[in-house]
Design a protein around this ligand. Sequence first.
Ligand code: GDP
Length: 490
Amino acid sequence: MESAGMREQSSYDHMLTSEYASLLAMEFNRNPVVDDEAAFDIYPPYAPTQSGMTLPLRPPIVTIMGHVDHGKTTLLDTLRSASVAKGEAGGITQHIGAFSVPVPSLSDSAEGPRTITFLDTPGHAAFSSMRARGASVTDIIVLVVAADDGVKPQTKEVIDLIKKDGEVGVVVAINKIDKPGIDLDRVHTELWAEGIQLESMQGDIPAVELSGLTGEGLDKLVETISALAEIRDIRSEVDGPLHGYVLESKMSKGHGATATVLLLRGSLTHSSHIISGTTWARARQMTDPTGKVVKVAGPGTAVTVSGWKELPQAGDEVLSGTESDVKKAVQNRIRKSQLNATLEDAEAINEQRRVEREKKELEERSETVAGVDHIDPMTDTRQKKPKELRLVIKGDVSGSVEAVAEAVHGIGNQHAVVKVVSTGVGDVTESDVMMAKASEGVILAFSVGVPKAPKMIAAQHSVHVYSSSIIYQIMDEVTTRIINLLPPVI
Ligand code: GDP
């Protein structure tokens, strides 16, 4: 290369800007063409505008986790009512996936968060989907352990998650201390044995003893979370581009498609343009978790926003941009997903052809080896492909649809598997029935109705519609159907 300046800049792992790449191309007597369209293929990833200590503090985002029945819901309910009592007058905290609790003890001059944002549906599919993408939205996990029960299997699962994450802050809440005859030392020792080194045992993880039922120790929990947040120095831009995730989405009467967005960085302002998946919105009505209409929502909070062209999916990323950037990005994402779908179709056709070819070959072979009708099950390729239980899943909100899809996803083995052919929000429709018929599948209707017309069509075409609002019943139904698909044991 001729230019000394260029040599300095380039290395094997150096990403070239289009300008620099153009210069290089010209050096080699080539005519560079910069494809602006391609630049929009993936919406520009979120890029922080400032870094480090110059950023303002933001409220920590906290998830409460722990073994079933150890008191997570009760604790959340008590905290939520604290957020209403101490929040704006007349506010009613809605279930939108998150709520904020004020930190009372902070003086005006002190640093540290003024509110804490609790995510109130930790088992929610949106979180698994965000985690699957490596997005960690939680700054601090409150690990709830019931004092009368100690460390249990799901406690260990959370501990594993904490160890795997490595980044997340942890506060242990030893709950139900109002119960008689509890042994707190035992709980501390059990946690120690699992590698949770509490401050009481010379470790660095704080523990708070409390009762979610009576409210005893709750202030201490809020204080401890706030102190930990201060140590962890949780900061982000207030003014830069927005980066968040959809917690919940639903069709709402009078507002159309609405979604609760958890903001990690940047602010969401009324009338600004945001994109999520293949849909976008010009932010219309915005309400905070107490139902109060707001014009702007800052990082570390959740806000419900209307104005979406279509319902966004729980767990999807939300980014902001100019109107034209957002629209262009949506078009490109749609184009990309159409291309992927075409590709999948082509693969499916190829696969079908392969199966047919193999079948034909096998038939020809068995004709030539006349009289030999025994096929060795170990080498029989026809047995290799598992049978599929095809499902059309409908649910009341996108979060619940994802939850059902996630819950049934792993049911099956090498002989029979679940395949979700379609998902959607709202009542079962005629096209759902036709989709189930075409794929020879069944419909799972979770907390939604089955109107008369689709019900009749389903009956005509012998399409089974299973309705329930209990996820375990749905899982049982799917398990039974999977079992029915298994080959008989000889
Ligand atoms: P989750 O499954 O972890 O969400 O647990 P829940 O909040 O549903 O609580 C399970 C049971 O424990 C319920 O019967 C609660 O009333 C009870 N419970 C929860 N917190 C406390 C507490 O602090 N003290 C007592 N005595 N009972 C509690």
